[in-house]
Design a binder for this molecule. Structure first.
Ligand SMILES: Cc1cc2nc3c(=O)[nH]c(=O)nc-3n(C[C@H](O)[C@H](O)[C@H](O)COP(=O)(O)OP(=O)(O)OC[C@H]3O[C@@H](n4cnc5c(N)ncnc54)[C@H](O)[C@@H]3O)c2cc1C
Length: 380
């Protein structure tokens, strides 16, 4: 095997998945993670379809099921908390699992942990590649040389910025902001998400195995000077966006004011024309992101698996492996990017009329599903 040392930037979903498969193939991956540990936003994410297959091959399906949030439906309520619609959650045909991103990252890390090197609280700050490898400078650690570098460092990827160009060239704000934080208050039912809407705004209480999660999603143009790391700016934006909103919003705005672990970011689409540049390649959200609206964690796991498979198939020709990985994985990821406007319209209707249409539509769902079952039974 010609290529042995691989630096993976990011220990989220794609990074540890790739590390697992590279270890199995005899590589020596090093994963560098900017955060102090595996704790992350705690947002609920899904493992379904192709990622459920990857999980099965990794032998982690049982652990994923143990960590599942157990949520089976999404209920919409009005200002006074009265139910106005309900939809069953898609479980990917019975094989999908919803769990928190923190739990998923931990399980994936454990699946590669002992044989991959993990370096926390550090980040890549410079890359210089030649025909034989990539010289990497770190913020804290000593410089090192690797055969390959993989950017699995998410929406605001440092590897993408260093090897491909500045973030604004690839990241597009989709007209929505999202915030999540842990929530220990009461929830009515541990199997359902309860979502409140007012025009252009949504707030959801999402039960989980341990701590619940509260999510805010609201429409808004790109804020000049927006900084995804500026917690005080985020609190101000939420305060303004949810002024006057009903249901349990006033109570939860109080939690926001004192929150120490608020996740807040623009819902963004990442589009990079070519996912590799020489010995550097992107995977997961760094390459192709649709934030919360497009099976991001599923795509991150599936993409990492495909990348590892192609590297193993062409050990002496990483450029060929990268091309094959990109060609195969774009077939899954590109269609998801087109679904963002529909998901936004359903979850965050812009008007009261839009909310009413969405809620009425949920009442038709049982009829649609019954008609589909009838058609299937007749072999249609
Ligand atoms: C609120 C919210 C809800 C979501 N809901 C869903 C859902 O329901 N279903 C779904 O499938 N997906 C969902 N997603 C999307 C999903 O979380 C992402 O698509 C998925 O986590 C992408 O995995 P990744 O490994 O590419 O990136 P990430 O999981 O973002 O991991 C990137 C890692 O890189 C690290 N990092 C960043 N910069 C650096 C650096 N400079 N150096 C080193 N490390 C760095 C980060 O700390 C992080 O650990 C949601 C996302 C959000 C924000």
């Amino acid at each position: 095997m010609a290529t042995k040392t691989v630096l993976i930037s990011g220990a989220g979903v794609a990074g540890p998945t790739l590390a697992h498969w590279l270890v199995r193939a005899g590589y020596h991956p090093t994963v560098v993670e900017r955060a102090a540990g595996l704790r992350s936003s705690g947002s609920p994410v899904d493992v379904r379809g192709p990622a459920a297959d990857v999980a099965r091959k990794m032998g982690i399906s049982a652990r994923l099921r143990e960590a599942a949030t157990g949520v089976t439906s999404l209920r919409f309520v009005n200002d006074r908390g009265k139910s106005v619609g309900r939809v069953p959650m898609d479980d990917g045909g019975g094989t999908g699992v919803e769990l928190t991103r923190t739990d998923l990252a931990r399980i994936l890390h454990d699946a590669s942990g002992d044989d991959a090197e993990y370096v926390f609280q550090d980040s890549v700050v410079a890359l210089a590649q030649d025909a034989g490898g990539v010289d990497v400078t770190f913020e804290h650690g000593a410089p090192r040389r690797f055969d390959l570098v993989v950017g699995a460092d998410g929406l605001h990827s440092a590897v993408r910025r260093l090897a491909f160009g500045p973030e604004p060239g690839f990241v597009e704000h989709m007209g929505v902001y999202v915030a999540t934080m842990p929530f220990d208050g009461p929830v009515s039912d541990r199997t359902e998400i309860v979502m409140y809407n007012s025009p252009g705004r949504a707030m959801a209480l999402h039960p989980s195995r341990e701590r619940g999660i509260v999510a805010f999603m609201f429409r808004g143009r790109a804020v000049p000077g927006f900084d995804h790391r500026d917690a005080e700016q985020h609190k101000r934006l939420l305060e303004n966006a949810y002024a006057g909103a009903g249901w349990r919003v006033p109570e939860l705005r109080e939690h926001v004011r004192v929150a120490e672990d608020l996740y807040f970011d623009s819902v963004s689409r990442v589009r990079v024309p070519k996912w590799s540049a020489g010995r550097v390649v992107l995977v997961g959200d760094a390459a192709s992101c649709v934030s919360l609206f497009g099976d991001g964690s599923t795509l991150a796991m599936a993409g990492a698996y495909t990348l590892a498979t192609e590297l193993v198939a062409s050990p002496h020709d990483p450029a060929l492996a990268f091309r094959r990985y990109e060609a195969a994985h774009r077939k899954l990821s590109d269609p998801k990017q087109r679904k963002v406007p529909v998901a936004t319209a359903l979850l965050i209707p812009a008007t009261r009329a839009g909310m009413a249409v969405r809620n009425f539509g949920t009442r038709l769902l049982p009829l649609v599903s019954a008609a589909q079952k009838l058609a299937l039974a007749k072999g249609a």
